[in-house]
Design a protein around this ligand. Sequence first.
Ligand SMILES: Nc1ncnc2c1ncn2[C@@H]1O[C@H](COP(=O)(O)OP(=O)(O)OP(=O)(O)O)[C@@H](O)[C@H]1O
Ligand SMILES: [Mg+2]
Length: 149
Amino acid sequence: MVKHRIFKVIGARDMNRVAKWIMGYVHSGLRSRATVLALKGDLGTGKTTFVKALSNVCRAQSRAVSPSFVLLRTYKSADNTKIHHIDAWRISSRDMGYLGFDAIVQDPRAIVCVEWADRVKSVMPRRTIWMNFQHISINERKVTVKFFV
Ligand SMILES: Nc1ncnc2c1ncn2[C@@H]1O[C@H](COP(=O)(O)OP(=O)(O)OP(=O)(O)O)[C@@H](O)[C@H]1O
Ligand SMILES: [Mg+2]
């Protein structure tokens, strides 16, 4: 069954609350594949802020951050959760294949965050959790999470 959870987020730091809820959801069930979070919403609505909050909540350490043009970043936390962050703003569904997306989504310890996921919708797995980010005011955002129970 599909459910929706709506968060009113006041200030960037409040995004931690959304990240904590997501981690509670991830830990609430056994998974055979990666948790895929598809982030969509206009420029500056908080998608990257959410990924940062998620890595903070997991106390993840950044690894292999290339200095220039980065399409995929991977963070590893103490409990072996891997957080992958893909920015699909400039890429196509085919590029997702080049990034190794198919293999990444098979890993049950992985959380895969895809910014601008609506641009690569065709490769997003069926059980993807869609998160819609909306601008309310200068420091307020509305985040709608569509998830499965
Ligand atoms: N309640 C809030 N939640 C999230 N970000 C907020 C909030 N209030 C203010 N901000 C600010 O809004 C900006 C959000 O930028 P962010 O890079 O996260 O957006 P984005 O959706 O990733 O944009 P882009 O599509 O350009 O990648 C940050 O500067 C952040 O500090
Ligand atoms: Mg961003």
